[in-house]
Design a protein around this ligand. Structure first.
Ligand code: IPE
Ligand code: IPE
Ligand code: MG
Length: 245
């Protein structure tokens, strides 16, 4: 990096944690072993992101489409995510992390919701990193819900059609408490969004690595931050240096 170039840390990092199944397959092991290792990688990265001063970390843990996987895999994954979080809440709380579930609550069982409600309640006042867990998350469902809420308000007369703008839509999303992500990391090499943060990623910088999620470590996270720091975000405008010519 050039000497006087500022090293810019993203304030909101989102991660599509992909590649657990392939990690296991490469070792001739069942997919669930990959999920177990994936959760270990998540613990590592949550701690490290917080140490690096990331203000918001949003991780894609389970999509609305992932319910279509074989029942055995779904059960394993859902139990694993909840057992891990139940165990980790205390530690995350001590580290000042605020946990928020971003996903469709309306279709989750009361057992599952209880875990998230408790995590959110205990950590609500924490001033450290916000950890958004995208569980039962789908970008299209999120936008559909936002539209329904807005139409309900419009029909009730509490807002008018002219009040509907991009800010209002953002306020109706599961992520209303967070700014849009600055950097989106996808592990496992696929170059797609898979229904993640469709609205919020309008101007997000994308970083894809072929590293499979269970192998993703602090060095890989630093590589993504380095790449981000070298990007020029233009938001549709002309680069700043062109204007001074
Ligand atoms: C990501 O790993 C975990 C979830 C989708 C929940 P995958 O299970 O999708 O792993 P691959 O993509 O099949 O390797
Ligand atoms: C995205 O990965 C979902 C999560 C990481 C939770 P998928 O493995 O489900 O995505 P596709 O099927 O490759 O698009
Ligand atoms: Mg996958």
């Amino acid at each position: 990096m050039a000497k006087n170039q500022q090293y810019c840390i993203p304030s909101h990092v989102a991660i599509i944690m992909d590649g657990n199944g392939r990690w296991a397959q490469k070792r001739a092991m069942p997919r669930f072993v990959g999920h177990r290792q994936g959760l270990a990688a998540l613990k590592r990265i949550v701690r490290y992101a917080s140490e690096r001063g990331i203000e918001t970390l949003t991780v894609y843990a389970f999509s609305t489409e992932n319910w279509q996987r074989p029942q055995e895999e779904v059960n394993y994954l859902v139990n694993l995510i909840h057992e891990t979080f139940s165990k980790e809440i205390g530690e995350l709380h001590r580290e000042g992390v605020r946990i928020v579930l971003v996903g469709d609550r309306s279709t989750l069982s009361s057992d599952i919701l209880r875990v998230w409600d408790r995590a959110e309640r205990i950590t609500a006042e924490n001033q450290g990193m916000t950890l958004n867990i995208a569980f039962n998350y789908g970008g299209r469902t999120e936008i559909v819900n936002a539209v329904k809420n807005i139409v309900t308000k419009a029909l009730a007369g509490s807002i008018s059609i002219d009040d509907i703008n991009a800010e209002l839509i953002s306020e109706e999303l599961y992520t209303s408490h967070s700014p849009d992500p600055d950097l989106l990391i996808r592990t496992g090499g696929e170059q797609r969004l898979s229904n993640f943060l469709l609205w919020q990623s309008a101007y997000t910088e994308i970083y894809v690595t072929t590293t499979l999620w269970p192998d993703f470590d602090e060095k890989d996270f630093d590589k993504a931050l380095d790449s981000y720091s070298q990007r020029e975000r233009r938001f549709g405008k002309v680069p700043a240096k062109e204007l001074t010519k």
